[in-house]
Design a binder for this molecule. Structure first.
Ligand SMILES: CC(C)=CCC/C(C)=C/CC/C(C)=C/CC/C(C)=C/CC/C(C)=C/CC/C(C)=C/CC/C(C)=C/COP(=O)(O)OP(=O)(O)O
Ligand SMILES: O=P(O)(O)OC[C@@H](O)CO
Ligand SMILES: [Mg+2]
Length: 228
């Protein structure tokens, strides 16, 4: 069984986007700690299972970040389940989770389930719009969500999500100072070594997504700088 606490770097692959076999090989053999499959829209059972099968040619751990009930498939090492703490719609905090557990609870292997407390901060991201997230937050609001995640809900992961834009390193630093046992994920706009290094000084784990599709060469370099 893998220990996600040791993961410092994750590549997030969007099953709704095209990736060539050559690019996928470079990603899976990059030395990243895990490949996470997930996205906000266009995620189907077909494209999820297809991506899983392609990643399974390699030994890298493979995680499904569940974003809809229709695209859950067996065969992943872990299932990361987002709950959007700053959503204004209960559907994205506990609603779909209740529905999922009602449907799958009896067959779920709870050792494979990892809850992620999301705080979404880019108001223009698809994830923010879809989940009706309240993104105009002061640092004290963000810290309060981090404390809730750790102290009230005992979530294993708190995910500072800037999807699509590079966030504020000082926010990541302050959130890290707040957390003791909950693992801090940072994702958003990391495109090169310098940005990866900066965010990895504070976040326990950085997630690199879009830049895999925009500039693979530089995206791949984010692994070495974090793990060395
Ligand atoms: C049959 C079998 C194997 C069963 C296994 C059991 C199992 C795993 C059951 C699931 C249990 C469970 C509780 C599921 C939760 C269900 C669910 C749908 C919860 C809601 C998740 C949620 C809040 C989604 C909202 C969107 C979100 C936060 C997505 C995360 C990914 C993300 C932020 C992507 C970033 O955006 P992106 O798409 O990359 O944007 P761009 O395209 O613009 O880059
Ligand atoms: O796609 P980017 O901006 O790299 O963000 C990564 C990840 O946090 C998205 O959910
Ligand atoms: Mg994306």
């Amino acid at each position: 069984m893998y220990d996600i606490k040791e993961w410092k770097h994750i590549f997030k692959l969007d099953p709704n986007k095209e990736i060539s076999d050559d690019a996928l090989e470079l990603i899976c053999e990059s030395g990243t700690d895990a490949v996470m499959i997930g996205g906000t829209d266009g995620v189907t059972l077909d494209n999820t299972v297809n991506m899983l099968a392609r990643v399974r040619r390699y030994t890298v751990p493979c995680v499904l970040e569940v974003s809809n009930l229709e695209a859950i498939s067996p065969g992943f090492d872990f299932y990361f389940i987002p709950t959007v703490l700053n959503s204004t719609n209960a559907k994205w905090i506990t609603g779909l989770h209740h529905q999922a557990v009602k449907e799958y609870g009896a067959i779920m292997n709870w050792d494979e389930i990892v809850m992620e407390g999301y705080c979404i901060l880019n108001k223009d991201s698809k994830a923010a719009r879809k989940t009706e997230a309240k993104t105009d937050l002061e640092i004290d609001d963000i810290i309060a969500y981090a404390m809730m995640a750790e102290r009230m809900y005992h979530l294993p992961v708190f995910y500072l999500e800037y999807s699509g834009i590079y966030g504020d390193p000082q926010v990541v630093k302050k959130v890290k100072e707040t957390l003791h046992s909950t693992q801090l994920f940072y994702g958003g706009g990391i495109t090169n070594e310098k940005e990866a290094y900066e965010m990895a000084q504070y976040a326990d784990t950085i997630i690199v997504g879009n830049s895999l599709y925009d500039d693979l060469t530089n995206a791949l370099k984010t692994v070495r700088v974090v793990k060395s």
